[in-house]
Write a protein that binds this ligand. Structure first.
Ligand code: NAP
Length: 284
């Protein structure tokens, strides 16, 4: 039998727990967690994501400040804003919405964020800590996948996991988190030979490729857990990176798109902001 993973319900549960904790912490400390989100330019998808993040902050009881900057913003202007946010004690998390316009030096901007406020987990200090197996702020999407494994009691230790995709925001941190949880991890990318054969040996497949229906039935061994991170638009519909209907019967667990990994990303952003707040208030 195949279990459909309900990321919407789990994401909502995490967000409700956070809201409850924030109410108590506010009474105790007289301050609530603060998240600043910086959006540069007028990318339509980014605007939707930022609005969703703002709504999630309000629901969680956080202070949120959204900086909407014009598309002609310079790298220096953005660095100055981040400097101010780094110094502001009421801000626990800083997120710069990607992609940034071309004229902006993305690396310089991301590396400027104080690692203790880097709720996206993209700063090299946090990437390094994750890769040496330490606890730190982990990137939200792969961390959300780890919460799914935890919630559904999916055993990782000693299991063969294949991650398809090696981006800095999904594939690589996903592989590092699985390795930290004692899985045996294979990372596939555009130069990998015979991905279906590698996947057929996998107990767990995580697809983060950005190609609709990339993972088909011949990739999946009976009983495998398949996590679909992909979000693609196909004929006006949202679809993932796996052929959901084609592989459904072979899987023990599967995430739908939408309603699987997607809702976990925002939940984990709230989780990371609360974590940063607690660390900065010596509560962790
Ligand atoms: P990305 O930066 O474009 O990376 C895609 C990865 O897939 C790359 O490592 C690339 O390999 C690999 N790849 C591309 N074509 C391939 C092929 N034919 N065979 C094997 N590997 C191939 O994308 P991303 O940011 O990681 O995102 C991946 C997907 O997840 C997208 O659909 C995105 O929209 C979605 N996403 C969802 C969430 C969420 O909240 N659910 C969050 C982030 C991203 P190379 O490195 O060799 O080029």
């Amino acid at each position: 039998m195949t279990t459909i993973i309900d990321g919407k319900a789990l994401g909502q549960k995490i967000r409700s727990n956070i809201a409850g904790e924030v109410t108590l912490l506010k009474e105790k400390l007289g301050r609530k967690p603060g998240l600043s989100v910086v959006l540069v330019g007028d990318d339509a998808a980014s605007q939707v994501y930022v609005n969703m993040k703002e709504k999630a902050c309000i629901e969680a009881g956080f202070n949120s400040s959204i900086y909407r900057l014009g598309s002609n913003t310079t790298t220096d202007e953005l660095l100055n804003l981040i400097d101010d946010l780094n110094k502001n004690d009421n801000i626990d998390g800083i997120l710069v919405q990607l992609p940034l316009p071309e004229q902006i030096d993305e690396k310089k901007v991301l590396y400027k964020i104080d690692p203790s406020k880097d709720v996206d987990g993209f700063h090299p200090v946090n990437v390094g800590l994750l890769n040496i197996g330490e606890d730190t702020l982990f990137p939200c999407t792969p961390y959300g996948v780890m919460k799914i494994f935890e919630e559904y009691n999916i055993e990782l230790s000693g299991k063969n996991a294949v991650v398809i995709g090696r981006s800095n925001i999904v594939g690589k941190p996903m592989a590092a988190l699985l390795l930290k949880a004692n899985a045996t991890v294979t990372i596939c990318h555009s130069r990998t030979k015979d991905i279906p054969a590698l996947c057929r040996n996998a107990d767990i497949i995580v697809a983060a490729v950005g190609i609709p229906k990339f993972v088909t039935a011949d990739f999946v061994k009976d009983g495998a857990v398949v996590i679909d991170v992909g979000i693609n638009r196909l004929e006006g519909k949202l679809v993932g990176d796996v052929d959901y209907d084609g592989i459904f019967d072979k899987c023990s667990y599967i995430t739908p798109v939408p309603g699987g990994v997607g809702p976990m990303t925002i939940a984990m952003l709230m989780y990371n902001t609360l974590k940063s707040f607690k660390v900065r208030n010596n509560l962790l």
